[in-house]
Design a protein around this ligand. Structure first.
Ligand code: MTE
Ligand code: MO
Length: 348
């Protein structure tokens, strides 16, 4: 009898996740009243195939290629014994918000119909990639760094892999073995994954087994067929509220949310309760980090019952504000427009 494999190992309770095939999206109400980091039990999972179970006693990370002087490999304990860094960083799927191309702009794109829950912020610990690259001696002619995952090949495209330019690899990329103070769980890349701050989630290759340093620009399906030309994530915002949440008319309420941008810090968040006619500035609270999110809140006293739409728009430190519509994208990537979040104000 053929064994049915769960594609994701951790539990996916309905109050924390919406499951989309091999992947699972966090429900934003699961962040309500939660601290700065996304707890691992509700962090979204995006799998091309199935979460693999990797035996860490035989696992090696191989670093090799024409751009390396002394190719070698590293074991798990060896990596854990090296000098480590800890970063609070968001990982977000390029397709986060794809559903709104259809629901708000009537121009849908194929692929996982994520709402806004394909993002999470965790505390990642590991070895800076540049530290490992220095150990293998990167030659001056090196240009690309190609990390490959050990999960099953995806359709006919081979193992999940996507080149990073050498300058990004030598900047702030982490070879992470810990998430929120624990060893990486299987679904998030055990034993080791990349964490690539500010970039599309696909850059953060899970279940890392191999890193090739090349002296030529590399093409793989993951920068040619899927995710061509996408690197930095745009600015977005979400309310920590259920879709169609019910709020009693007896306010005022403190509405909470978070905003983030791959380009840097958030400098302003505004909220509209009247479909975008007027905007009020939200109060920031919590940490204010470059590669993660900014939590905010705003008080609101609804005056009457009925269906309403909440809108939040953020501005990042490069001066970009979320637009009301996003230019069409054939893949449904980088939906950065203000999301119209429906709620119901009910008799309390
Ligand atoms: N090896 C491997 N790495 C991968 C993937 C994958 O399927 N296989 N999915 C990528 C995508 S598209 C995203 S958005 C992130 C998701 O990370 P998470 O599942 O830990 O949230 O992992 C990336 N790394
Ligand atoms: Mo993704």
């Amino acid at each position: 009898m053929k064994q049915v494999m769960a594609t994701i190992i951790k539990p996916l309770p309905d109050h924390l996740f919406r499951v989309h095939g091999n992947s699972a999206e966090m429900r934003w109400e699961a962040m309500s009243g939660v601290g700065y980091h996304t707890p691992t039990d509700r962090f979204f999972v995006r799998n091309h195939t199935v979460t693999p179970l990797i035996d860490v006693t035989t696992w090696r990370l191989r670093i090799h290629g024409a751009g390396v002087r002394c190719p070698r490999d590293f074991g798990y304990e060896e990596l854990r014994a090296m000098p480590s860094r800890t970063f609070d960083v968001a990982i977000e799927c390029a397709g986060n918000g794809r559903r709104f191309y259809r629901t708000q702009q009537h121009d849908g794109a194929p692929g996982t119909q994520w709402g806004l829950g394909a993002i999470g912020v965790a505390r990642w610990r590991g070895v800076p990639l540049k530290y490992l690259l220095k150990q293998v001696g990167v030659s001056p002619s090196a240009v690309d760094v190609l990390p490959t995952g050990l999960d099953e090949p995806f359709e006919d495209y081979g193992h999940v892999r996507r080149p990073l330019p050498l300058d990004k690899a030598m900047d702030d990329v982490l070879v992470a073995y810990e998430m929120n103070g624990e060893p990486l769980p299987p679904d998030h890349g055990f034993p080791v994954r990349l964490v690539v701050p500010g970039w599309v989630g696909i850059a953060s290759i899970k279940w890392l087994g191999d890193i090739e340093i090349s002296t030529k620009k590399l093409l793989t399906p993951w920068n040619r067929v899927f995710y061509p030309d996408v690197t930095t994530q745009p600015v977005k915002s979400a309310f920590e509220l259920a879709w169609n949440a019910r709020l009693p008319v007896t306010g005022p309420h403190i509405l909470r949310g978070r905003s983030w941008s791959g380009r840097g810090r958030i400098v302003r968040v505004e909220v509209s309760f009247d479909g975008g006619l007027s905007w009020r500035q939200a109060e920031h609270h919590g940490q204010h980090l470059v590669s993660a999110w900014l939590p905010w809140h705003i008080a609101w006293a609804p005056r009457h019952t009925g269906a309403r739409v909440l809108m939040a728009r953020a501005t990042d430190e490069t001066g970009v504000t979320q637009p009301l519509t996003t230019p069409r994208n054939p893949f449904g990537y980088h939906f950065d427009a203000v999301v119209q979040h429906p709620i119901h104000v009910v008799n309390g």
